[in-house]
Design a binder for this molecule. Sequence first.
Ligand SMILES: Nc1nc2c(ncn2[C@@H]2O[C@H](COP(=O)(O)OP(=O)(O)OP(=O)(O)O)[C@@H](O)[C@H]2O)c(=O)[nH]1
Ligand SMILES: [Mg+2]
Ligand SMILES: [Zn+2]
Length: 308
Amino acid sequence: MPQSVNEQTKTARVLAASRRYVLLLCDGHESEWAKTASRHLDLCVGDIVNYSHSGSELIADSIVPRSNCLKRSYGRRSKELAANVDLLLVIAAPEPLFNTSFIDRILAAAQTEVIASALVINKADLSEQLEQTRSAFQGYTGVVDSVIELSAITGDNLDTLRNMLSDPSLYVVALAGVSGVGKSSLINNLIPDADQTVQTVSERTGQGRQTTTQATGYILPRDGIDNLCLIDLPGIQNFGLTHLEKAQVRNAFADFAAVAGDCQFSNCMHLDEPQCAVKQALESGAIAKTRYQSYLEILDEIDRFAQY
Ligand SMILES: Nc1nc2c(ncn2[C@@H]2O[C@H](COP(=O)(O)OP(=O)(O)OP(=O)(O)O)[C@@H](O)[C@H]2O)c(=O)[nH]1
Ligand SMILES: [Mg+2]
Ligand SMILES: [Zn+2]
């Protein structure tokens, strides 16, 4: 086997990225800061880079092609959130934090990039609020691969999540959710020394530690298999999708796509077309009204962006 190239170039996973520096997971366990070779090398958490040594410094030279990239956008600006994601965990919490607009948008972004997803309802210890919200999140069973309820504080049902994360086909799992749902609390529960990484990242970026402002990858050691990279994505208010085509949005709503074969027109956008199976599913309650509302809002946003 030819070894010459591999001896010079090593690859590493990006755990955190600031303008000119990236935190790399080298040799599967050591995290070290590296300088990016060029300001045009736009890296995000989850990326795999080729790196080399320059004196005492590490240099991130180039990017290994991504299998996918979770993005959001507003107008012409688009932001890459995480790359090479094997599973997206959408973290939610009972009312008043149950934000269907955010959930539907990030699920559409994931579906477009062919990223598997699960919905995790945290704060299940708040039983009264949980009861009030349960019917809303049960509407997601036809949308995501699984829906689980747990509590990062009491540890209730956390084993279900641990089992899910012990799947050896997973290398990168991203956690996303609006601010306050408990993403960092969950990561701290799964990885007791996660706090130390936060310290390293905030020293470099000069940012505070309370609310997560930078996407950060944490390493979850696993028995007998490769470590898992868990990405804590910052709480996001406006999850824009103006980088998508309308037809992509239509295809990204998995519950709509499941019935759309029965629409009269194969290219039905489920708006004013006759004999639309999605509209019928909406009327019968098989598809949640909030899902359809999110869909209309995303299409409307793309229209408004196209006009200006
Ligand atoms: N009752 C209850 N409270 C929780 C639970 N998990 C987290 N919290 C609380 O919810 C608040 C927010 O938790 P964080 O982990 O900081 O939330 P986050 O999603 O990381 O928020 P951002 O970093 O702002 O995006 C904290 O006060 C936690 O103590 C839970 O399972 N039950
Ligand atoms: Mg956080
Ligand atoms: Zn239709």
